[in-house]
Design a binder for this molecule. Structure first.
Ligand SMILES: NC(=O)c1ccc[n+]([C@@H]2O[C@H](COP(=O)([O-])OP(=O)(O)OC[C@H]3O[C@@H](n4cnc5c(N)ncnc54)[C@H](OP(=O)(O)O)[C@@H]3O)[C@@H](O)[C@H]2O)c1
Length: 318
């Protein structure tokens, strides 16, 4: 596992480094923000609920102070709350406009937020919720922030998941898997969104070689809110909670360890556009191979074209 201490620290008074992360108020995102802040970044912490994000930012600042007391290499950065609801593409456009107005560059964009294995639901934009929140909204956000990323050869990181392997043959994204039982088909919807996320990174790496674009499986991190739909179900929720705890005990990593692959992708000077673009990193920052489907460039191109057309049909030209 990569040690965050081996990654570069910046002094904001000398060099202003800017990062933007979705879903930074919870789970893996919380620790990602903490380390970026400790490494001197100005971090836009994007979330849909201002109370939750502001509470998280207070907690992160307190934890950073505790960890960095008397550490001469740490010059803490700053945190800025930015409202974004990924289930609403107008909110994504608005958030992107705010950043474009305020900043000249963006060093790191981390598309981290997600929902997992939720019941079938269609957003007001007409997409299945997991596909939109996990993939389409991030596609739009990334395209809007592209000029800022390009102006400094920035890095784009997309949180995927080992769960993408459940897509064992290529499914067109128009396939919405709205079938019963939900407890099976919801995982196929999650897998589809997470495969599309890796394909997006692969296409970005080809289309925009001036950026470094990477995808990540953070590890099995069982104590985040990602599992809360299942653990909060009446009666059976307790069984799911126990199941997830057992899986976590044998195969899991902590919330903080879950952020290490993302941190490596965001900060490591050892990763470069020439040799690493489009790669996939897993638990702790180890390079790995995604599924055959996620790796297939013809499928990635089909996913890209479908997404661009769907966004255009809804008035979002990318
Ligand atoms: N945990 C794991 O074992 C695991 C495994 C593989 C991949 N991952 C990936 O790692 C990433 C982080 O997951 P996590 O485990 O840290 O989950 P988490 O604790 O549930 O965090 C998810 C974040 O996404 C935000 N979010 C969800 N829907 C949103 C929306 N419509 N608009 C804006 N923000 C929204 C949540 O905000 P609220 O607080 O407002 O809900 C939360 O901040 C995800 O991409 C996940 O798929 C996790």
């Amino acid at each position: 596992m990569i040690d965050p201490d081996t990654l570069p620290y910046y002094n904001p008074a000398v060099e202003r480094k800017i990062a933007l992360i979705t879903g930074g108020n919870s789970g893996i995102g919380w620790y990602t923000v903490l380390h970026l802040y400790l490494h001197g970044f100005c971090v836009y912490v994007c979330g849909r609920n201002s109370a939750r994000v502001n509470k998280a930012m207070k907690g992160i600042i307190a934890e950073a102070r505790r960890r960095s007391a008397d550490d001469p290499k740490v010059f803490m950065g700053s945190l800025i709350y930015l409202h974004i609801d990924l289930a609403d593409l107008r909110s994504v456009e608005k958030a992107a406009q705010t950043v474009l107005k305020r900043e000249m560059k963006l060093d790191v964009l981390i598309n981290n937020a997600a929902v997992m294995a939720t019941p079938y639901q269609v957003t007001k934009d007409g997409f299945e919720i997991q596909l939109q929140a996990n993939y389409i909204a991030h596609f739009l956000l990334s395209m809007r922030l592209l000029p800022l990323l390009q102006s400094c050869h920035g890095r784009l990181i997309m949180l995927s998941s080992v769960g993408h392997n459940l897509e064992f043959i290529y499914w067109a994204l128009s396939q919405d898997w709205n079938y019963r039982p939900n407890c099976i088909f919801t995982w196929l919807r999650y897998a589809m969104a997470k495969t599309a996320s890796i394909q997006f990174v692969k296409m970005m790496a080809i289309k925009y070689p001036d950026l470094l674009c990477l995808s990540v499986h953070p590890g099995l991190v069982m104590n985040t809110n990602l599992f809360s739909y299942w653990t909060r179900l009446p009666i059976v929720g307790i069984f799911f909670w126990m199941l997830f705890q057992i899986v976590g005990f044998f195969f899991g990593v902590s919330n903080e360890e879950g952020c290490l692959a993302t941190l490596k992708c965001a900060l490591s000077p050892q990763l470069s556009r020439d040799k690493d673009n489009g790669k996939y990193f897993v638990t702790g920052g180890r390079e790995a191979k995604p599924s055959y489907i996620a790796n297939n460039l013809d499928d990635a191109a089909s996913t890209w074209i479908w997404t661009v057309h769907q966004l255009r049909d809804r008035g979002h030209n990318v």
